[in-house]
Every structure is written in C-alpha cells, then in structure tokens.
Design a protein around this ligand. Sequence first.
Ligand code: ADE
Length: 228
Amino acid sequence: MKIDAISIFPEFFDVLGLSLLGKAQDQKIIGFEAHDLRKWTSDKHRTVDDSPYGGGAGMVMKPEPWGDAFDEIFPKGQRPTIIFTTPAGIPFTQKLAADLATRSHLVFACGRYEGIDQRVVEHAGAQAEVLEVSIGDYVLNGGEVAAIAMIEAICRLIPGVIGNAESLIEESHNSGLLEYPSYTKPASWRGLEVPEILLSGHHAEIEKWRNEQSLLRTKANRPDLLAE
Ligand code: ADE
C-alpha cells in the first residue's frame, strides 16, 4: 500500500519509521511519504492560510497549494482515497480501518487552523474517493496526530505487518466488545493474585470467564457498544 501525507509539519510523521510500521516500510509492504504543503506555495512567505469569508475567528487553509499538491501526488487517471482529517468528519472506527486497509493508495490531507477551504474537498471528490474523518469528539491542534493514529490502525491490518496475525482476531472492537483483562507472571504480585481460573488449565472455562469479563468491561466502559 502507498500512503502519502500532506501537512505543514511533515516531521510529525517521523514516528512512522519506528517499530512495526518502520519494519513494514523496510520490507516494502508499505510505502510512506510525508510532504510539506508549503512546497506548493509560490509567495515569499510561503503562505498557506487566509482569513475566512463571512468573518469569524481564526484562519482557513487556502485552496491553491492543496490543488497543486494533489495534482503532483496523484496524476490524472489515478484514483486514490483521500482522507481529510477533521473533527467535523465521520467517526474513525475499527470497521473503517479494516475497509481502508484494502485500498492501494491513501492520501492523508492534514488541516490546521480552522480547516481547509471546503472547495478542496469538493474538487478532490471528482478525482478520488474522499472521506472527511475524525478520530474522536475532541479538537486537536491539527490533523497530523489524527492521521498517525489512523495510519497505525489501518497498517497493522495489512497482511505481513504484524507478526502474530492471531492477535488481530482476538482483540478489542473486533467482536463488537472490549477485550477481557490480561495477566502474566508472577501469579502473585504485591499481594494481588491472578484470577484462579486462568491457572486452572480448563480451556473451555477460561474462554467462558473471558467472555464474561469482556461483557462486564464493555458494560462499565462502553455501554453504547452494547446498545448497538
Ligand atoms: N483535527 C483536529 N481535531 C481532529 C480530530 N478529532 N480528528 C481528526 N482530525 C482532527
């Protein structure tokens, strides 16, 4: 999978060189490139923003650098998926991550300030699959951290990125429930014991206990998931 990210702070994406995603890049499973939006400015100050039409606080990202960036990153005829990171987008979920993991080319457009001129989204829609996506109901200073979170969640679902594919099947959100609590050695630590059942070797009983714990945890932490 090819992934491009466009941002005025491309250095944010240096973290993708670490750990499993770094390894996946070395192995050419993922080809990642971060681009500086200011590359596509033409004035002395390399301006990317301007005041909003209609008034209001803050600045809006100008359309021209985005249009020129898209023209260069995916020439006409290619049809990537462009993800605009914005708190006004659709929610990013495990289901959306799994869907996006099947694409061959993702482009993350990371807005700053009060967002990007909406015509950029409209224009991109003619040449690409376009999604406006939010990682949660809170506001970040820009879309870079949101894009990094999405890239990690998507890429770990691509075959070959994670060594132990089985761990993908058994984790939180896959079944619609949260994952059960986990324990490791020692069995007794600072007066706290690992639940007896996990030491019993009774696989069917352990599975039953884990399912119950998943349900209890989901009820306590995410009752909205049970309602679904
Ligand atoms: N940019 C700022 N806040 C964001 C959020 N919650 N999700 C995606 N992009 C954002």
